[in-house]
Design a protein around this ligand. Structure first.
Ligand code: SAM
Length: 312
């Protein structure tokens, strides 16, 4: 039921066909359970960036015993781009998206022109986005952007009753705040095709000669990527084989991964050390993980090890 980045594109995510529906930012997952119960034929994807949301929704969906819901911890943009086929989405729901009211944070909003462009390529003809929000400014902006794009017609029917019972809906209801609802129907698509970004990169490693340094202190460091960055947060020595494990956070495009990179004894005649991505947590091997191996290799070079072979 949980989708991890390594699942993306590996196999059919649902073992059967059916209208594909997506909720972005599902919070506690109650709306997903409602959808699954109300529409037994639907295949339902959910994405939420918050770890807390994932565990709450996981428990709720498991308890409800519905088996056609797949949860992803990460950005809805990533899942939409990498899992949903072109013209393959019947409906998207966005209930009470984070409003990011400060002007300088507007870019963090989900429903902004690049997202509407991507969505226009993934929605089926006449497919819909149902937006429900308490934030008038967000609502007006999203509706204006959708109309301006030329890819959607916009209507403002009454919201689905269940969208008024989500955790946030109930919160705003207590405060008697008005709720706005729009239905965006796809009538055209962006010319940009938005190909998948989660292409697997082959295993990457480096072989080095020289002894691994003793870890007495460690300064976190950061490297820029074309579409994000890598932060090497810490390093620890493994009891037993003395390998160094580097804790690395990689943010690239819409995907964030926390991974381990190992520098350990190489079983090769020409090298003492191999630097490679640990399989721990089964990360998706991407350009970002490759650049992280490169950055750790350079860190070891600065500490006297020589690179004898790289496979990047
Ligand atoms: C205000 S809450 C609303 C939750 C739920 N829909 C409800 O009505 O109770 C917004 C949710 O969107 C999630 N979120 C924010 N940006 C996101 C993104 N880019 N992709 C997926 N989820 C996102 C947050 O983690 C949070 O759970």
């Amino acid at each position: 039921m949980l989708l991890r980045p390594f699942d993306i594109g590996e196999s059919a995510i649902f073992e059967r066909t059916g209208p594909l529906v997506f909720e972005a930012g599902f919070g506690d997952g109650s709306f997903l359970v409602h959808l699954a119960r109300a529409h037994p034929a639907w295949n339902i994807l959910g994405a939420d960036v918050s770890r807390g949301s994932i565990s709450r929704a996981f428990r709720r969906v498991s308890r409800a015993g519905v088996d056609r819901v797949r949860l992803f911890q990460g950005k809805a943009e990533f899942l939409l781009r990498n899992v949903v086929p072109e013209n393959g989405l019947f409906r998207m729901y966005v209930n009470f998206p984070d409003p990011w009211p400060k002007k300088r944070h507007r870019d963090r909003r989900l429903l902004k022109p690049p997202f509407l462009a991507l969505l226009s390529t993934r929605l089926a003809d006449q497919g819909t986005l149902l937006l429900t929000t308490d934030d008038a400014a967000y609502f007006t902006q999203a509706v204006d952007d959708a109309k301006k794009s030329g890819w959607y017609t916009v209507s403002e029917p009454a919201p689905p009753a269940a969208a008024l019972r989500t955790k946030y809906a109930r919160k705003w209801n207590v405060l008697q705040r008005p709720v706005y609802h729009a239905c965006l129907t796809k009538v055209g698509a962006s010319a940009e095709s938005f190909p998948r970004t989660a292409t697997r990169v082959a295993m990457h490693h480096a072989l080095l000669t020289g002894p691994l340094p003793r870890l007495e202190a460690f300064e976190p460091f950061r490297r820029r990527l074309a579409d994000g960055h890598i932060i090497v947060l810490g390093a620890l020595t493994r009891v037993g084989d003395g390998a160094i494990l580097f804790e690395v956070r990689i943010e690239e495009d819409d995907l964030t991964q926390e991974i381990l990179i190992e520098a350990k004894r190489a079983h090769a005649a020409q090298a003492d050390v191999i630097v490679t991505v640990s399989t721990f947590g089964r990360p998706l091997l991407t350009r970002g993980t490759r650049e992280a191996v490169r950055a750790i290799t350079a860190w070891l070079n600065e500490r006297g090890l020589n690179t004898v072979e790289t496979y990047f």
